[in-house]
Design a protein. Structure first.
Length: 124
């Protein structure tokens, strides 16, 4: 819709719907710029923390196997312990980590022989 002002200028009135669409577009563009800037910043700065890093899922799995001795530990027992230690992580993701790590990958990476005896894992 167009209106004429008293000085013979043309004033264009934008509908509310167009204003909303323009605002959404501006927000989307701002989010993209923000995400790109954040990504560049994180690459440049990296994650620097003065706090010591706590043990992760993989080292926790190894600790549980190591502490089990000749008795061994079941995957279900490992998962139950991990769920308690890492409540912010999904049990499904930790189950996948257990399946990938045991027994061969962890054996290679930790330079120890992890064996499976009757569904229990232990260090030989």
């Amino acid at each position: 819709m167009t209106k004429k002002s008293s000085k013979s200028e043309i004033v264009v009135e934008i509908s509310k719907e167009d204003q909303i669409n323009n605002a959404k577009t501006a927000l989307d563009n701002a989010k993209k710029v923000y995400d790109e800037a954040k990504s560049v910043y994180q690459k440049l700065v990296g994650k620097k923390s003065t706090e010591p890093k706590s043990p992760g899922v993989i080292s926790s799995i190894f600790d549980l196997i190591e502490k089990s001795g000749k008795v061994g530990v079941l995957k279900t027992e490992i998962l139950a312990s991990l769920v308690t230690r890492f409540p912010d992580r999904t049990s499904d993701g930790m189950q996948k980590t257990i399946n990938v790590q045991l027994p061969s990958r962890m054996s290679k990476e930790k330079n120890v022989e992890i064996i499976k005896v009757e569904d229990k894992f232990m260090i030989k």
